[in-house]
Design a protein around this ligand. Sequence first.
Ligand code: ZN
Ligand code: CU
Length: 479
Amino acid sequence: MHEVVIRGALVFDGSDRTGEVTDVAIDNGYISAIGTLADAAAGTTIDARGLALAPGFIDVHTHDDIEVIRNPAMLSKLSQGVTTVVVGNCGISASPVRIHGEVPDPMNLLGDAADFRFADFASYRMAVEHAAPAVNVAALVGHTALRQNHMDRLDRAASEAEIAAMRAQLRQSLDQGALGLSSGLAYASAFHAPASEVEALALELPEDGLYATHLRDEFAGVLDAMEEAFTAARAPQARVRVSHLKCAGIDNWGRSQQVLECLQNAARQQDVACDCYPYAASASTLDLKQVTDAYDILITWSDPEPDQGGRLLADIAAHWQMSLHDAAIRLQPAGAVYHGMDEADVRRILSHPLTMIGSDGLPRDPRPHPRLWGTFPRVLGHYARDEKLFPLHTAVHKMTGLPASRFAMGKRGFIRQGWCADLVLFDPARVRDTANFHDPVRAAEGIASVWVNGRLAYDGQTVLAHSGQFITPQASPAG
Ligand code: ZN
Ligand code: CU
């Protein structure tokens, strides 16, 4: 007798192959049988005819570090079919961190000074386990977080002694279960770190360890920035994950082919891949270097001018009768959405076989970029089904089997007997994102049920179980 049998769904197993109608059984948190189970007795039987069953989606690029503790129901992700989040991206992580004074930009995207309570990785991991989030959590350690711990100011390179201290802290975090290292070299808080500083830190990574990077330059200098990332990982033989790969800024539009060729060339020599979110607009803190009148910039929050949230920077500047630049200074610290990408580039990058899906959602933003609630159903519904950018099984692969094997997640990301029962049942005809730039906090449609470690965690309406686990790096048997 099985605990649960899901009957008659079109099963996408997480590989890049077409689906197959079959039955799947769940017992004790694992997938216990796959095949015709018509005669098998079950505690719960689900008639899933007409629906699709896939491995739970893996959001490889999040800033949910503190959100999984503050708000463990994680409805924004569970309602998309996401069962695992990777936190600690873009050089910013909740641990190991000891804040002295102000929280540096962009660590303020994660929380306030009081939220950074985890002086070492082990205490962060314990806090996550204690909070019992509804999704699995794996965590990177941020280069900027390490700089913040050991440097009096961030607008300079680290000294040798500071690098040694950062390395020791990274080493300890890796020993305590961190997935790898991340960097956010475009931000002022890390921009002054020379390539050699990151290379020295990366030496602490084990062979096949992970280095995820928000490149130093996503504009004109993107190719050099990619080379910098590949170089950093070469000596330790680590794996490079380029975060939210894009061609940013109008002068840079149309270069996605070049950028992808660069990625593909590197892939012949070393393990490289990237993630991407399915929108032609980015979001982060308001950055003076990115202020331009070439495209719309939407202010999502502002500490000194909270009433300006939801308005365009150009309108605010006109109202205040000042330049965009001066208006931006008056708004800071602030958050912004930049409509600075070309749709054709986004599509080309999303379609590439080395591209995984990562939301880069900002859960703390009061008016978040819609990617926080919409990324995964948007890829399935809008891009795969409606726009036919790639087949549905490829969309599923980009959010399941590909990231699980590329992010060392052990027996997750595929529907296989004996593997973890992280599963999502969805309606392939109806699945779609409903969050948009004007109304960004809206759950997806068409996600019927989500299981996390074998427990029904979401029924299309409500979070029913908090059965996420903390995931430490494990080689994937899928290779
Ligand atoms: Zn980033
Ligand atoms: Cu990010």
